[in-house]
Design a protein. Structure first.
Ligand SMILES: Cc1cc2nc3c(=O)[nH]c(=O)nc-3n(C[C@H](O)[C@H](O)[C@H](O)COP(=O)(O)O)c2cc1C
Length: 323
């Protein structure tokens, strides 16, 4: 049985070790808040480009979309210029409990700018960025990395030590290489090697689909926290299930279709209440994700895909989920 101690990152104490992974295009304010309400101990913002924060005034207003109810939150920035990263801090510090640095994004565009997972090839270069940010803020600074560039070049333990020595308060490790992007299995042995190498808290990430997986990841790797990405999409209830199993040793049942429908309605209500700007395509996308786990999910998704406005979306949801 895994022993869960309360995860502490710098001066930030988490209620539990369950983290919502940073996900661009997914983690809108309402989704983060719902995951928080359903038991996530820490939510991450999507990555925000540090240069964009400093220079793109109009977009800044769109990205800075944080509310106090979702705290504690880790706000993630990506970049490769220490000066720009430091200059971006004043825009996020008022909202962030933790500043997270992205060293794991495998997107072509980001790699082309020598950012994100570019550092999985050049881990020593992370030092100056982490150092600069740590020196410029009182908030705990964390880093999210991958296990290496490709399967021939796994360097996660070395990279984690670099992150620790540069002053980071914790490290999140996605158990895939940059070349793998999001495919194949996450390598939990590699996560264990990181845990064995560093003293700072380690948050394991990759392939947690169930509460049982969360518990197994902690047991197998010894990691201090777990981070859930894709399996949380349309499924904040996963955090309730993980919390029940990890903290109370209780197994919660699979959600019923009616429950999925009600959770979707709860999300839509929250979205309208909290989101700075209502974007129908975003709402519709979340609605499709919430179908996963319901009966005849593919039919439900197809019906939702066809709707063109919110009135029709609500009618389809009520019909499809029989609520
Ligand atoms: C749609 C999507 C967007 C993502 N955006 C980010 C991001 O902004 N920053 C980041 O560090 N990782 C990002 N990731 C990676 C996730 O945080 C996570 O590391 C990855 O999905 C593996 O976890 P999982 O197996 O639980 O999905 C993203 C992943 C997905 C699927």
């Amino acid at each position: 049985m895994v022993k869960i101690s309360k995860l502490r990152i710098g001066n930030v104490k988490l209620e539990n070790p369950l983290c919502l992974a940073p996900m661009l295009g997914v983690n809108c304010t309402a989704f983060r808040l719902m995951c928080h309400n359903y038991g996530a101990g820490l939510v991450y913002s999507p990555m925000i480009h540090s240069v964009g924060l400093v220079k793109a005034e109009r977009n800044r207003d769109v990205w800075i979309d944080f509310v106090k109810e979702e705290k504690p939150i880790a706000i993630q920035i990506v970049g490769n210029d220490p000066k720009m990263m430091v200059e971006s801090l004043p825009y996020i510090e008022p909202y962030a409990d933790i500043i997270d640095l992205n060293f794991g994004c495998p997107d072509k565009d980001i790699l082309g700018q020598k950012m994100g997972a570019f550092f999985s090839k050049h881990p020593e270069q992370m030092s100056k960025l982490i150092n600069a940010v740590v020196s410029a803020t009182d908030k705990p600074v964390t880093a999210k990395i991958r296990i290496g560039w490709d399967s021939q070049h796994l360097n996660q333990a070395n990279a984690a030590k670099i992150v620790e020595d540069a002053g980071a308060a914790a490290i999140a490790i996605h158990g895939r290489t940059t070349k793998q992007r999001y495919s194949g299995n996450a390598n939990w042995d590699a996560i264990k090697q990181v845990k064995d190498k560093v003293e700072i808290p380690v948050i394991g990430n990759g392939d947690i689909r169930t509460a049982g997986d969360a518990r197994q990841m902690m047991e197998k790797t010894g990691c201090d926290g777990v981070m859930i990405g894709r399996s949380a999409m349309g499924n904040p209830y996963l955090f309730k299930r993980c919390e029940a199993l990890l903290m109370k040793n209780k197994r919660l049942p699979d959600p019923t279709t009616e429950q999925k429908g009600n959770e979707l309605l709860e999300f839509i209500e929250l979205y309208h209440k909290i989101q700075k700007k209502v974007k129908f395509p975003e709402l519709k996308q979340h609605a499709m994700w919430f179908c996963t786990g319901a009966k005849a999910a593919a039919d439900k998704r197809r019906a939702i895909m066809r709707v063109k406005d919110e009135k029709k979306l609500m009618a389809v949801i009520r019909k499809e989920f029989k609520i």
